[in-house]
Design a protein around this ligand. Structure first.
Ligand code: ZN
Length: 247
């Protein structure tokens, strides 16, 4: 089985999806995390003298976090942090569609279009790009130049948006997708904190994250946004429920 996660910044994989990544890794699921930017516009700079240095530092931190989370394939693309809403949608979705066709995931995860609890514009755009890649990767009339003997259209079976049951104070309003899948990650809280800690340049955020995780980090919530099985939504506790390996 294969799981693909599409994020915007190094540390999103740990903060947003870390528990599920490690849980499914331990169950033998191969995972691929694609991070659209190297996070070069971050407020916390980790001593970097310029954007290039920060990008290089954060790529290394991402690789370290992926190791902790048992991610099979971690890829940081080179789109500009903080500017995803100004990128050419066709170009970005083309890149992601290629990744979907190559990795052939059954399940895909990304942020919700609201941008997660921070409401970050890059998270919203990651959601929109990933949603289009999910749908278009399976069609032979989308990016047909990618298709050949080796690379064929691929339909992932389910797409989920990460969601939450709280909002942060002093932020712009967010309207979250309802949770349809609740994943128990209580056995992975420490792993998730360790993966977040691998992002040393972002250490000023660590205390807040750790406190939050220890208080209410036992579950990761997701919203089923698209599924090959038609019908009404059943509450789920497993992202791979009903997935067939040979589709
Ligand atoms: Zn982020």
């Amino acid at each position: 089985m294969r799981l693909m996660v599409i994020t915007a910044h190094p540390d999103d994989e740990a903060g947003g999806f870390g528990g599920s990544l490690r849980l499914y890794g331990d169950r033998g699921v191969e995972s691929c995390v694609i991070c659209l930017t190297p996070g070069q516009a971050a407020t916390h700079r980790g001593g970097a003298r310029n954007d290039q240095e920060l990008a290089a530092i954060r790529r290394k931190e991402f690789a370290a976090a992926c190791e902790i989370l048992n991610v099979s394939r971690g890829i940081v693309l080179d789109y500009p942090d903080g500017q995803l809403h100004r990128q050419d949608i066709y170009h970005v979705v083309c890149d992601l569609t290629l990744q979907v066709r190559e990795f052939q995931p059954q399940v895909m995860l990304t942020f919700g279009p609201e941008g997660g609890v921070t409401g970050h514009t890059d998270h919203s755009m990651a959601s929109i790009f990933a949603t289009l890649a999910f749908h278009w990767a399976g069609r032979n009339n989308r990016f047909p130049d990618q298709l050949n003997d080796r690379l064929v259209p691929h339909r992932a079976q389910k797409l989920y948006y990460a969601t939450a049951n709280f909002s942060l104070p002093d932020r712009q309003p967010i309207t979250l997708s309802p949770a349809t899948a609740v994943i128990d990650i209580s056995a992975y809280v420490e792993t998730k904190i360790a993966a977040f800690k691998a992002h040393t340049s972002q250490s000023p955020l660590l205390q807040l994250f750790e406190g939050h995780m220890r208080k209410r980090g036992a579950r990761e919530l997701f919203h089923l946004a698209a599924t090959m099985k038609s019908g009404s939504v059943e509450p789920e506790t497993d992202l791979f429920a009903g997935i067939s390996e040979d589709l």
